[in-house]
Design a protein around this ligand. Structure first.
Ligand SMILES: Nc1ncnc2c1ncn2[C@@H]1O[C@H](COP(=O)(O)OP(=O)(O)O)[C@@H](O)[C@H]1O
Ligand SMILES: N[C@@H](CCOP(=O)(O)O)C(=O)O
Length: 293
């Protein structure tokens, strides 16, 4: 039996659509696997009632297939589904790390990234790796079709999760198919600024590089209260604010010591819009951890 803690993640960070991701110190899924002749899946925890236990429909089923590693799998959800915090990815990442150990497949963490991404294709239609990469490797990650780079970065964050669901599949439908050259130049400049900020663990530089003129404005429309929550976060000391993944969670990069006031301001702004929410005061953290085997 192998048990793995796989963290929530925030993908895109504004300017890095389908490329950037960051591991969060909390929340996390805990995935336990045990060898079995046939795969069965049991889900408990936050939002478990919305998650299919059929291996064809759960993200971990695709990982089992890719590793040829049938197992009884228990997923204890800490990451709410349809959150924008890489819920479906956390389970797939945890299962990939756990099954690799259980069956001694000998794959490196980097080699597990495209395998876990197969799970994302099951739920969103696209095997995007920007959540599974940080959930497996930790840190800030840059993922392209060919490879993934992970950088340790000490950056304080708040993620504020409203009590509404947005599915990644639906939120991908609002992504524009084309972008102007001006928007492309702006996005490349911002993404490069953000990456430098991560390498320096500089929240101001990261925040300055989060702005994105193409995808985020369309996604923000799906989140009631987004503009007010964003403004409230900036007013209370955030260095940058954007949609976390496909939403509805909102990510704020914070200067040292500002997380508490930023979290409170974001919650108040959601409450003013009539929406319950919870805020996680977190930071960029480690990837999946083997808890026992
Ligand atoms: N192991 C899993 N954990 C979470 N969601 C899962 C899992 N397997 C399948 N799903 C489905 O994936 C969808 C949530 O994924 P997604 O829309 O990408 O949201 P998130 O941003 O939280 O990952 C839900 O429809 C859920 O039922
Ligand atoms: N790049 C993807 C990321 C989706 O993240 P999630 O946490 O909402 O699953 C996208 O933006 O569609």
């Amino acid at each position: 039996m192998v048990t793995v803690r796989a963290p929530a993640t925030s993908a895109n960070l504004g300017s890095g659509f389908d490329v950037f991701g960051a591991a969060l110190t909390r929340p996390a899924d805990v995935v336990t696997v045990e060898k079995a002749a046939e795969t069965t899946i049991e889900v408990t925890g936050v939002g478990a009632q919305y998650i299919p236990e059929d291996p064809e429909k759960n993200t971990v089923g695709a990982v089992v297939e890719a590793l040829d590693a049938p197992a009884h799998i228990h997923i204890d959800k800490g990451v709410r589904p349809a959150s924008g915090l890489g819920s479906s990815a956390a389970s797939a990442a945890g299962a990939a790390v756990a099954l690799n150990r259980l069956y001694d497949r000998g794959l490196s963490r980097s080699e597990l990234v495209p395998i876990a991404a197969e799970g994302e294709a099951v739920v969103s239609g696209v095997a995007h790796s920007d959540n599974v990469a940080p959930s497996i490797l930790g840190g800030f990650t840059v993922t392209t079709r060919e490879r993934t780079h992970a950088v340790d970065a000490a950056v304080p964050l708040v993620v504020c999760l409203p009590d509404v669901a947005v599915s990644t599949r639906d939120a991908r439908r609002v992504v524009p198919e084309t972008a102007s050259m001006d928007d492309l130049v702006e996005t490349v400049g911002n993404a490069a600024t953000l990456a430098v900020g991560m390498c320096r663990s500089d929240p101001d530089l990261v925040g300055a590089g989060m702005s994105d003129p193409v995808v985020t404005p369309e996604r923000a429309r799906l989140i009631t209260g987004y503009d007010d929550v964003r403004a409230a976060a900036f007013d209370s000391g955030a260095a940058g604010v954007t949609v976390s993944g496909a939403g509805p969670a909102i990510l704020a990069v914070c200067r040292d010591g500002a997380r508490r006031s930023v979290a409170a301001a974001m919650l108040d702004a959601f409450a003013d819009a009539g929406i319950d929410a919870r805020a996680y005061q977190t930071r960029i953290g480690r990837g999946s951890i083997v808890l026992n085997e």
